[in-house]
Structures are given as C-alpha cells and as structure tokens.
Design a protein around this ligand. Structure first.
Ligand SMILES: C[S@@+](CC[C@H](N)C(=O)[O-])C[C@H]1O[C@@H](n2cnc3c(N)ncnc32)[C@H](O)[C@@H]1O
Ligand SMILES: [Zn+2]
Length: 357
C-alpha cells in the first residue's frame, strides 16, 4: 500500500504497522519537533519503535531532525529501508530491542510509540535523552477503567472519574518522574493531550537532584468524592482527610503528577514555528484550546453537574464567564467539549450553574 502523509511518501508492507488514524498525532508532532529544532539546533532523534518509519521520515523532512530508526521486526526494517530510499534519506537503522538500544546509544530526543503500554520502555528511555515523547494506547490501565492493570503497569490506583483522560496523562507523567528521578532527572511537560484511544506527552528533562526534589512537590493524589463531585489534591507527605464534607468517603487516586500539563513558553514557541493558519484544522484547534486552558488539576463536566442538580445545562462559556466574574480562574479544557477547569470549590460551581439556569 502506498501512502502520502505530510511530506512523506511511504510504502507499507504486509505485516508492518501503519495506522492512518494516528496522522493527527504525527501532524501535531511535527509542530512540536520544529519548535525543539528551532531552540536546540541539531537534534538526533530515535524513532525507537518505528514500524514503517513514517514518523521519523516526517521528522527529517518536516522538522529537519537527524532521524534514526529502530524496530525489532525484520519486516519493518526492510520496509523502513525502502521508505528511506523513496524519500531520498540517509539514516541509521537499527534492528534491536528498543530497551537495549536506548541504554547503549545516546540520542537527544527519543520517541516511544508502542502497541499498547509504554510502561516497559520508560525506565530505559529516561536515562540518556534531553527530550522524550511517549504515546500510550493502554488508556484503560491509565484512566481508571482497569484499576488492576493500572497497578501492574504504572504502580498507581485509579477509578474512573469524569476527568479520566487527565488522570491517565497524570499517571503516565508520574511514572516518568518516578523512573527518571532515580537518575537525577526531572521531567517538564512541554505539551500533552488525549485523543480517541491514545495519550501523547512530550517531555524535556532537567538533570539535577534539586530539580527532582522540586518535581516531587507536584506528585501526589487526587481525593475524589463520587457523591458530590468534590475533589482535592494533596502532594506526598501532606496530611489529608478521608471523609468528604458530604459525609461520603474520599477516594485517593494516584500517585500521579499534579504539575503543569503544558509549558506556556513552549506553546509560544509552537505558535512561532507553525503558521497555525496553515495547519490541519484540528491541530490548530487543539493548540488554541491548550493555550487558553488554566493550569489547574482536574475539571468538571457540565452535564454531570446539571444532571445531579436536575436542571438543563446552560452554555459552557457562560459558566466559565460567571466563575471568572466572581473571582475564580476558569476555562474550557482540551480534554472535553462539555467540561471546564476552575479553582472554585464545588459549592461555588453548583451556585454559578444555578444562577444561570
Ligand atoms: C505501534 S507500532 C509503531 C508505529 C510507528 N511509530 C508509526 O508512527 O506508525 C510499534 C512497533 O514497535 C515494534 N516493537 C515492539 N516491541 C519492540 C521492542 N522491544 N523493540 C523494538 N521494537 C519493538 C513493533 O515491531 C512495531 O513495529
Ligand atoms: Zn462529597
């Protein structure tokens, strides 16, 4: 099968993985990679689980990355070589277990894009690079749909809340922190998002014991009440209540990352390198949504709230505006079209919605 994606033209051989539905993810990556390249100059990049090689080829053609390719599957290797030739690219191609390669060789930026869970690659992938990009498609393990898988893969416990995609990304970043911290490396989230069946996070590391200590100030638990929807977050070492003010119990979810899920500086760099008008509409939409989002953990789903109140939902923008008018931070969220983020406590949220009904 012959495919054109971005500036790449590739052949996909039988038995080699290529998912056209991940084009959005790769389109967004190109913007991210261009911003990194602009800042850093030369970037050696390993497409560690390359499949057909489409991502690394686009990274070379569209972001000027020095891409290298790896896959354990020999058919994928033959396919990658063919695709490099079609696109006129000279590059290193490895046929190794990704975990061994990333321990043996240095790359400035490593990309982990596996089938399912990235958990088995994280410990090795955090050791050397400055930048790490990770895809996870085991969303059930991360977001609370399958708590026992979450424990096995990520040493974290989750139940499904209305802000489950955010919980998933926070557990994934928390796992990166716990693996990287032992090498004195602290992750900063440059940008992250959840879409359909996958999560994608782009991270930059800072190597210093002090930075790791600081990062652990953003590592802890959500405490969630499934009755009244109240939620708190606490960092490790803090005392916390186990009973909600409504009398029901608070369920701890985590441990997970409670820090930022994007860097505003990096987002500005993204808008500098990409003429947003030129991009696919959904890439532009996601970038804008993230830019306007307030950096507050968790979010409320308007329909769940109005369902509990027995009223019909007012327009989301009016709820956001009304919370801002009474002095709280509030915004829409990248994670859901019917939800909003705010630092207002649950009583104020119910009150604001009631005023608008
Ligand atoms: C989801 S596919 C990669 C898709 C590709 N990155 C893309 O954007 O189209 C995962 C790939 O990882 C390879 N793989 C699985 N385990 C591996 C390992 N331990 N080391 C290296 N490659 C591995 C598989 O052969 C498969 O080609
Ligand atoms: Zn409660």
């Amino acid at each position: 099968m012959r495919v054109k994606e971005g500036k790449a033209e590739i052949e996909v051989d039988e038995g080699v993985f290529y998912n056209p539905r991940m084009k959005f993810c790769r389109d967004f990556d190109m913007l991210v990679f261009r911003a990194i390249k602009e800042k850093e100059g030369r970037v050696s990049y390993l497409d560690a689980l390359a499949g057909s090689g489409v991502r690394g080829i686009r990274a070379r053609l569209e972001a000027g990355y020095d891409s290298a390719f790896n896959d354990l599957n020999e058919h994928a290797i033959a396919n990658i070589r063919k695709n490099l030739e079609i696109n006129g690219i000279n590059a290193e191609v490895y046929n190794e277990d990704a975990n061994l390669l990333v321990r043996r060789k240095y790359f400035f930026h490593i990309d982990i894009d596996p089938f399912g869970s990235p958990a088995e690659f994280i410990d090795s992938a955090v050791i050397k690079p400055k930048y790490l990009s990770i895809t996870a498609t085991d969303t059930a393990a991360l977001c609370g749909s399958s708590p026992s898988s979450g424990l096995r893969k990520y040493s974290a416990f989750a139940l499904k809340t209305e802000y489950y995609p955010e919980v998933g990304i926070r557990i994934l970043v928390g796992k990166v922190l716990s693996e990287a911290g032992k090498y004195d490396k602290a992750p900063e989230v440059l940008v992250s998002f959840a879409k359909e069946h996958f999560y994608r996070v782009h991270l930059r590391f800072k190597r210093s014991p002090r930075a790791v200590k600081e990062a652990y100030r953003s590592y802890g638990f959500f405490l969630h009440c499934f009755n009244c929807l109240r939620r708190f977050f606490v960092v490790l070492g803090e005392d916390f209540e186990t009973t909600c003010e409504c009398g029901k119990k608070l369920t701890p979810i985590g441990p997970l990352w409670l820090g930022d899920l994007h860097s505003y500086d990096f987002l500005e760099e993204l808008s500098r390198v990409g003429d947003l008008e030129e991009l696919d509409k959904s890439v532009k939409g996601l970038t804008e949504r993230i830019m306007e989002e307030v950096n507050i953990p968790s979010y409320y789903d308007l329909h769940l709230i109005t369902g509990k109140m027995g009223v019909s939902p007012p327009p989301l923008d009016r709820v956001v505006k009304s919370l801002r008018e009474i002095g709280f931070q509030a915004s829409r969220t990248r994670f859901s079209g019917t939800s909003f983020k705010t630092d207002a406590p649950i009583e104020e949220v119910y009150r604001a919605v009631k005023r608008l009904k």
